[in-house]
Ligand binder design. Structure first.
Ligand code: PAP
Length: 332
């Protein structure tokens, strides 16, 4: 793939001299998209590393900021939609709270910017003033692990919500996403096998997935008021309970009146895969990184990996993850 066709986040043409010096002291690797290095236990393409460092050096947190965190392809789009719907609900007509809703006119990624991708990739000091409003907290997302995010948050008591997804489904989702972004009609076995191997070795963008999830798992145990650990699979099996849990954590629990009016169900319906993926705003157009918006909606199911991974692949990845999570109390 020609360098100019790569998304800016996987390139290496926006790196300062200081970051180049740092990279020369880090473990590095080259994959089919570009050069990666391991910073604070996590693998980044060089431009993304620059964005992470820009964030860590220059972000000025506000105490009520909310950060939605995830390993890529773990339910970020869904979590963004649910959180926006929760926070927006007070602004909308009580009888018809979803009328003229921002989610009907913008993609969840357009409403909630990703710190190191939408904001700090293009500028070391992006203008965040547009995001400030007296009535709502600022909402951001990130794929950085918790310890790296915390450096940028300094000691600010921001709320952080992490969504975790089964590693095999996150892998299959990433593979489809990559094929789609590269316009590969041929969703070939060999490209899956090579992605599988790098995923299992831990050397893949934002990997290793187990260390990523562990950072938030431990953070949520140490500091449950500030870090909420959610799971894609639980959002699927018990959406009502999980939405209420999210609302309570964010300090905006549903009132009895809201529950009786069916607002919980209305929000779940608004943010459902079928509804969001069917909206014109999510079917057409591109995100700030020139990614087709419809790439963020594929199947939205649990266990789709079974259609792609062999029993040998399944046992290999399960064994690695069991080993890596051993003793932590976390399984996924
Ligand atoms: P990102 O990390 O690039 O932002 P992210 O939203 O985390 O992507 O993950 C995309 C996955 O979430 C896709 O999974 P799949 O490939 O297995 O289908 C996508 O379909 C799924 N997804 C998006 N929106 C929803 C939703 N509203 N409900 C359930 N799953 C969803």
């Amino acid at each position: 793939m020609a360098e100019k066709e790569l998304n800016m986040n996987v390139r290496d043409d926006n790196v300062s001299e200081e970051t180049k010096k740092l990279i020369s002291s880090l473990p590095t690797y080259k994959d089919s998209l570009g050069k990666l290095c391991k910073y604070q236990g996590c693998w980044y393409y060089y431009n993304t590393l620059q964005a992470v460092i820009n964030f860590q050096n220059n972000f000025r947190p506000q105490n009520n900021d909310i950060i939605l965190a995830s390993f890529p392809k773990s339910g970020t789009t869904w979590l963004k939609a649910l959180t926006v719907a929760l926070l927006e609900r007070s602004k909308h007509d009580h009888d018809d709270p979803l009328n003229h809703h921002p989610l009907l006119s913008d993609n969840p990624h357009g409403i909630v910017p990703t710190l190191e991708i939408d904001m700090y990739l293009k500028s070391s000091t992006p203008d965040l003033t547009k995001l400030s409003s007296s009535s709502s907290p600022r909402l951001f997302s990130t794929h950085m692990p918790l310890h790296t995010v915390k450096e940028g948050l300094k000691d600010s008591p921001c709320k952080i919500v992490y969504v975790c997804r089964n590693a095999k489904d996150a892998l299959i989702s990433r593979w489809h996403f990559k094929c789609k972004c590269q316009k590969q009609d041929d969703v070939s076995r060999s490209s899956l096998e090579s992605m599988f191997e790098s995923f299992c070795s831990g050397v893949s963008f934002y990997g290793p997935i187990w260390d990523h999830a562990l950072s938030y798992w431990r953070g949520s145990l140490e500091n449950p008021k500030n870090v909420l650990f959610m799971r894609y699979e639980e959002l699927k099996t018990e959406p009502r309970a999980q939405l209420k849990r999210l609302a309570e954590f964010l300090g905006c629990p549903f009132t009895e009146e809201e529950e009786e009016s069916g607002l919980v169900e209305k929000i779940l319906e608004l943010c459902s895969f079928d509804n969001l993926s069917g909206l014109e705003v999510n079917k057409t157009g591109k995100t700030s990184l020139n990614i087709d918006r419809d790439s963020f909606f594929r199947k939205g199911e649990v266990g789709d990996w079974k259609n792609y991974l062999t029993p040998e692949m399944e046992s290999k990845i399960d064994m690695i993850i069991d080993q890596e999570l051993k003793g932590s109390g976390l399984t996924f």
